[in-house]
Design a protein around this ligand. Sequence first.
Ligand SMILES: [Zn+2]
Ligand SMILES: [Zn+2]
Ligand SMILES: [Zn+2]
Ligand SMILES: [Zn+2]
Length: 413
Amino acid sequence: MGTLLQYNLIKYECSCGKWRMLPDLFYCRHCFKIKCDDCSCKEVDAIFCPRCLEPSSAPEARMKKHRCMNCNDCAKCGNVLSARTENEKCYLVCQHCRWSSRDAKQEDRENIKSWPSKENPLTSQLNEVTAYMKRLEVMENAPKDLKKGKSSKTWSAIHLKDKFNVQQMVEKRRKALVPDVNPVEAHAPTDPPTLEDELNDRSDVLRTLDQIIMQPLTNSSEPLLPVKVSLIGRVLVRCDECERTLVKRDFGVVTYKFKISSFAREFVPDIRMSRPVEDLKAGVTTPVFLSVTNLSSSSLDITIIPQAEEGFIQCSSEPIKLILPSSRSADSAAPGVHAEQSEVIVFRQHNRIGLRLDVIPSEANLESPVLDLLINYKQDGSFSLLATSEKVLNPEESGVDRILTARLRINLR
Ligand SMILES: [Zn+2]
Ligand SMILES: [Zn+2]
Ligand SMILES: [Zn+2]
Ligand SMILES: [Zn+2]
């Protein structure tokens, strides 16, 4: 879609200095700045299974090791496994490559839930080590806690007589502060497998890299098991400066609607090439046809200034001033009517305007002809976050007089 609409040829400058396509950018209505992926914060706001769309809370997902218990993928080709019932028991089969859970040497089951997956054989040992490290952490933090006075009372109470039965409690807390540390036994070394062993254990069928990545704990001698589908997270985007939410989806994972959407397309003039550029020749003036669309809720007072920096194509056109009505206003010429035409303005339709700029490429530009434009624009106050709650008393807060800028580079290839 991006190629069809030629978005890939036009890059806008983000407030952090990076160049991105307009659909990839956000707009903060509080800071009046363009934000990209790299200069915004992302937060997971919902975790769900991409197959059955069942939502999970974060602790629940952690318990399930971020896998869905009901959905399984084919171990061979990664397609969805569907259940087949035979003799009141069911098994899983892939409709694409015919691999089934019977190939994995799994018996048929009563229900399609909780098919076994390969567990790490060292899980208990790992848990032991983690617990040991936690105890060490408590010991290391004990002097700091003492300094802070967190447990000073505990320590002084040790010398008191057990008059009110508090001694037991004190002992307990003291133990928590200085736990018994029994070092975990080191993992005993085992002999590495010989080449003969490895050759004997190797299955006849070689596995692809994808199959190995899907089940990294399964040895080549063991059969592949159905793969539990990984859960995915849906993110909400925040501004990194004011921490206000820029993009938030509506409640529920099935919905495609937005509760808050602050995409740059709805605030920045959308500039695209309306016709492909003819062959560029050094020193020959060539027209470039652009369309400017205002998709915002405010009418925009726009000035387009071609930049003449070194390394970029020279533009002989003067800066262009125009007023574009908002996409929501109805007071303009009917679509398709050429309301106004001149040397520069090719057509005007409602909230879109067609422009013609003349460029003169030099020999050095022909390799990568890029046109650099600066847009200054003004809005009527509806960009401000306060405008939505209709509390704009102070024109300064609504940013009416503020001149907004956007910089873009158009690849003329
Ligand atoms: Zn950025
Ligand atoms: Zn699922
Ligand atoms: Zn398959
Ligand atoms: Zn902000």
